[in-house]
Design a protein around this ligand. Structure first.
Ligand code: DX5
Ligand code: ZN
Length: 245
């Protein structure tokens, strides 16, 4: 079975949560089935918005558990510069830290810095950022985060032109996993909804960020279940194409 068809992770973005009750919101979305908690960090410099820092991450970390097991905090840094915040987020309980290559002077060094703190490393690629950026670093990565909107705000529409980019990222990730035997997650972020997640999954994504789709309707369990069942159907379609009977 290709790795791409083996699992499906839903990562609600708490950017769309009620910030006045963040701990409760995190607890609720985890009880509703979140596999990861996606934590969007914006600095009003790399992106035109300002959100949360390491202190907020530390504050929610005790809420990130289910049945005594930690639910990973998936930190998405949309900040420039990046490096000074990495030890702070590692300390604050991040399990994964992703950053944008345009925001670091030395991408390889930043990846190694993340790994040196025992945290999984992700590289986040904007819609216009070429996949070639992965060429010399993919073996150091645990996660490739493909932006399907321009970063900075929740509630934007999925850019359909990203579907072929996702397919070609999937091929690169599969080749790297085969070469090294290490797992690499392929995550998409922006505009993911029940009516497009099947196509996104069929293109090869295994980890799905969803902010407004989870938080805006109020019924988190139903929202996550709907996303997961559509995603699994998409993954099965992909598997059938890859492995004809
Ligand atoms: C956008 C953020 C996303 C955002 C997604 O810059 O990185 O994680 O919260 O929100 P939706 O799912 O509403 O597009
Ligand atoms: Zn994000």
């Amino acid at each position: 079975m290709p790795a791409s068809a083996s699992s499906c992770r839903i990562a609600p973005s708490i950017l769309s949560a009620d910030f006045s009750r963040l701990g409760e919101e995190v607890r609720a979305v985890i009880a509703a089935g979140a596999d990861l908690v996606h934590f969007d960090v914006m600095d009003n410099h790399y992106v035109p918005n300002l959100t949360m820092g390491p202190m907020v991450c530390q504050a929610i970390a005790p809420y990130c558990e289910r049945d005594g097991r930690r639910v990973p905090i998936d930190v998405h840094l949309m900040v420039k510069p990046v490096d000074a915040l990495i030890p702070m987020f590692a300390q604050a309980g991040a399990s994964i830290i992703s950053f944008h290559p345009e925001a670091s002077e030395h991408v390889d060094r930043t990846i190694e810095l993340i790994r040196s703190h025992g945290v999984k490393a992700g590289l986040a690629l904007n819609p216009a950022t070429p996949l070639d950026l992965l060429d010399h670093v993919i073996d150091q990565l645990d996660l490739v985060l493909l932006m399907s909107v321009n970063p900075g705000f929740g509630g934007q529409s999925f850019i359909e032109r990203m579907l072929p980019k996702i397919e070609s990222a999937r091929r690169r990730v599969d080749a790297a996993m085969q070469r090294t035997g290490r797992a690499i997650w392929l995550e998409v972020d922006g505009g993911v909804k029940p009516d497009n997640i099947g196509r996104i999954a069929a293109a090869g994504v295994d980890t799905f960020v969803a902010g407004s789709a989870v938080f805006n309707g109020g019924r988190y369990g139903a929202a996550i279940d709907a996303l997961r069942s559509e995603a699994m159907a998409g993954m099965r379609r992909r598997q059938r194409i890859e492995e004809p009977a």
